[in-house]
Design a protein around this ligand. Structure first.
Ligand code: NAG
Ligand code: NAG
Ligand code: NAG
Ligand code: NAG
Ligand code: NAG
Length: 481
């Protein structure tokens, strides 16, 4: 259908509509004349008019929405609070003013009143506590779970075992035997039992049982994916039984010999050292120390020198076995069952990666399993990446401490985030678990958890019944006597 003037109904309707608009200008034809368009064909003239009208209405609608939606007001507010554009972390840092010379001098003078607290390069007791436990003699492990090995031989093996290790190992081994977490590896019927048992017992006797089960299942699934992974993890356990194993990464206690050079290469941002160059300020800008001139300087920094109530772990990729960064814990306060998690130090490209998330998850889960009631993160208020991480891990912002610290000669406000054991149990753990391992893995895990809980409960009740029976029998015998 063309736009000719052959008296179509639609055209008449349009004409009517325009009449109302043109009433504003006296006559539409006058208006066109003013623009020198009077001698155009009528259809074209109305076409132009229609176009203008639609444009006008659109502009009005957009302006109305902006005003009613409060966008203008928000823009104005943001301009006032200086938040109009989100500064990148690096820019935010660069713009921070230095403290007055007088304050810096005073600080230096007053700090001298206190000797430095003792720090150590060796593994702290906290690092050791959080690492897996393992017997000194690994070759005896399978013999302990073997019923045909003599009691005498077992006694000899037991001398190399930490407390309760055997009990945990054998219990877990037997339980897994009845319900392995997946298909049995061909030719290795024992592989799953052994994997589950060494992970379960490795958590030590002081973590909660549900944690040990969950860690055991996760380890078993990762380790017994196929024959190759089984080989890898059996070997890993032989050489490094204390590492905390996740699916994507593992945590090794941070040691100078093993990790110093690699960590320096990784975080220095030097294109010659790692494949990708980046501004080292992206890693170190918000921290008290760094970037470092050389590995030796890093060795003397807070990364490798620790107070006794701190812990440090290297994050190592599960496939490539390459170092990816490190994660620290500080302010351990067992008296009050609280501890502070420091955000992992990794390359900027790892920001928000599952490797980074898993390194936090593994530590957090273990800390709560030991009975900590409160985890804390203290983050520079300008550090948007780390603030995001805290929220993603389920932490809640508890407050802002203004002028909390002096970092690199400028003032730092700190956002304090907290996560309670009750929050962890009620949902934070599930959320991270699902994000890391997927919904299906979570369903399987919670199903197994329920089954194991039931099984343990049954065993407990049976044991209790047996004990009462024995007591009753004893009572009856005593009465007879
Ligand atoms: C248990 O020990 C016996 C005798 O030492 C041995 O023949 C058998 O292979 C062992 N079984 C397992 C499952 O290791
Ligand atoms: C390591 O993690 C990847 C996922 O990043 C997984 O696909 C792979 O199977 C894991 N490898 C081992 C040996 O556990
Ligand atoms: C670190 O970089 C140096 C210099 O390129 C290199 O010689 C060394 O092997 C690297 N070390 C590690 C552990 O990557
Ligand atoms: C980094 O460089 C090394 C040697 O030049 C190379 O083997 C490796 O594949 C590179 N890694 C990446 C992630 O590009
Ligand atoms: C922890 O508890 C002890 C004793 O109750 C107290 O002296 C200490 O100040 C507490 N620590 C913190 C950080 O509140």
């Amino acid at each position: 259908m063309g736009y000719t003037n052959d008296g179509s109904d639609d055209f008449e309707k349009l004409r009517k509509a325009f009449k109302e608009v043109t009433a504003i200008f006296g006559s539409f034809d006058n208006l066109l004349e003013a623009f020198g368009l009077a001698d155009m064909p009528q259809a074209q003239r109305y076409g132009i008019a229609f176009g203008c009208l639609v444009f006008l209405l659109t502009v009005i609608a957009v302006l109305t929405l902006l005003t009613l939606g409060g966008t203008f007001k928000r823009l104005e507010e943001q301009a006032q609070t200086g938040d109009a554009t989100l500064l990148s972390s690096r820019d935010a840092r660069a713009q921070r003013a230095l403290l007055l010379e007088r304050l810096l001098e005073g600080r230096e003078r007053m700090v001298r009143n206190y000797p430095d607290p003792p720090t150590t390069e060796k593994l702290t007791s906290l690092t050791k506590m959080l690492s897996n436990v393992a017997p000194q003699r690994l070759d005896g492990l399978s013999e302990l779970a073997n019923e045909s090995v003599t009691e005498e031989k077992k006694r000899e093996i037991r001398r190399y075992f930490p407390p309760h290790y055997e009990e945990n190992y054998v219990d877990a081994y037997r339980k897994c035997q009845e319900r392995p977490g997946g298909a049995v590896l061909s030719g290795r019927p024992e592989a799953r039992f052994e994997a589950y048992a060494r992970a379960f017992a490795g958590c030590g006797p002081y973590t909660s049982v549900s944690y040990r089960r969950s860690y055991g299942r996760l380890y078993e699934a990762t380790s017994c994916m196929n024959l190759a992974t089984d080989d890898k993890y059996v070997k890993l356990f032989k050489y490094r039984p204390n590492d905390i194993i996740g699916r994507y990464i593992r945590l090794e206690a941070l040691e100078v010999d093993r990790h110093l050079e690699g960590l320096y290469n990784l975080t220095s941002g030097d294109a010659g050292l790692e494949n990708k160059s980046f501004d080292p300020e992206e890693i170190w800008g918000f921290l008290e120390d760094g970037p470092f001139e050389d590995a030796k300087a890093m060795r003397n920094s807070f990364i490798f020198m620790h107070l006794m109530n701190e812990a440090a772990f290297a994050i190592v990729n599960n496939i490539t076995d390459k170092l990816m960064g490190c994660i620290l814990l500080s302010k351990d306060d067992p008296q009050n069952l609280t501890i502070q998690l420091e955000p992992p130090l990794m390359q900027p490209t790892q920001e928000g990666s599952r490797e980074l998330l898993e390194s936090c998850f593994l530590l957090m889960d273990r800390l709560f399993a030991y009975g900590y009631r409160r985890l804390q993160i203290s983050i520079d208020a300008l550090d948007s990446d780390k603030r995001k991480l805290a929220m993603r891990l389920g932490f809640t912002l508890e407050g802002v401490l203004y002028k909390h610290m002096v970092v690199k000669e400028s003032s730092r406000d700190s956002n304090i985030y907290g996560l309670l054991n009750s929050d962890w149990k009620r949902g934070a753990r599930v959320a991270i678990f699902k994000e890391l391992y997927g919904d299906a893995a979570f369903r399987v895990d919670s199903m197994n958890e329920k089954k194991e809980e039931e099984f343990d409960e049954q065993t407990r009740v049976l044991k209790e019944q047996k004990r009462t029976e024995q007591e009753n029998a004893l009572l009856i015998r005593n009465k007879k006597v």
